[in-house]
Design a protein around this ligand. Sequence first.
Ligand code: IPM
Ligand code: MG
Length: 359
Amino acid sequence: MVKNIAVIRGDGIGPEIVEQALKVLNKVAELYGHTFNYTDVDMGGCAIDKYGDPLPENELKKCVESDSVLLGAVGGDKWNDVPGNMRPEKGLLRLRAGMGVYSNNRPAKIWKQLADASPLKKSIVDKGIDFIIVRELIGGIYFGEHKTENVDGKSTAIDILAYNEEEIERIGRIGFETARKRNKKLCSVEKSNVLDSSRLWKKVMHKLADEYPDVELSDMLVDNCAMQIVKNPAQFDVVVTENMFGDILSDEASMITGSIGMIPSSSLGATTCGLYEPIHGSAPDIAGKDLANPIGTILSAAMMLRYSFDMAGEADAIENAVSAYLDKGYRTADIMSEGMIQVGCEKCGNLIIENLRKV
Ligand code: IPM
Ligand code: MG
């Protein structure tokens, strides 16, 4: 198959982790006889430096016209003082909205080899951690009006959190469908004791539940969910939640699996053209030092093959190679533990390629 992939290296550790993922994709192409064409796209701080805009129209166009987009990370201290609507992160938000990818899927799964890297007690980890956070990605407070103005002589900042029932319903469906393919348990997370948007969220989820009688729906307040994720993560199968709650809970969920550096994500909308990115940030403090863990990006590339290109075998091959690499005791700094062999970002990529076998 021939696939055209838009590649956003971005800022900080972005370029080095994306480089490893591309090496892995090239190896897959060689083993399976595919052709992957890459188109470089500038987004984030590097695009601000080059064009004065974190995502120029033409760069977005390259993404929308591709078969899917692979992204490293954007942002960094260098651009902290640029106005809010021109920050590197704004490029990412415009990309998500421009691609219409409303459904972000973030797995929280512990690799058996990394059980020791989890900060949770062994008795909790042993019960298993394997759930998915389905995060609404192009609505809510991230996309409401943001402004700072003078009110009664005081500088006042306003961020609007709005959801309409259609936006909730379409992400709700993804939640139910995802649960249907797994253990059929969906937990809808909101703050309905305080927020109107959450009360509508809950109402829509319950209406949808009638169409999915095989899926068990439960509700949980977001503060309780934050607690339950560390207390008893084994209770979760699929969590569906709004944009900002999903942002926060997915960082928490990643941490209990050992390292945020290991977690991939997929973002999809109405078409198969998806956006694939690790859930971590650009980590400017370790950029260029060959210290980053590229596995989140490599596994994001695997998700691209599985969900956008219908290449399940190829995706399995990548995941098996990551598992084999971990089995052999290799670890980047973020997941290093006693008795293991520490490797850098580039070596990690090379070792994963060495362990790639056609399945
Ligand atoms: C994420 C990130 C982004 C988000 C930032 C970089 C805008 O934290 O993908 O989780 O908040 O969505
Ligand atoms: Mg985040």
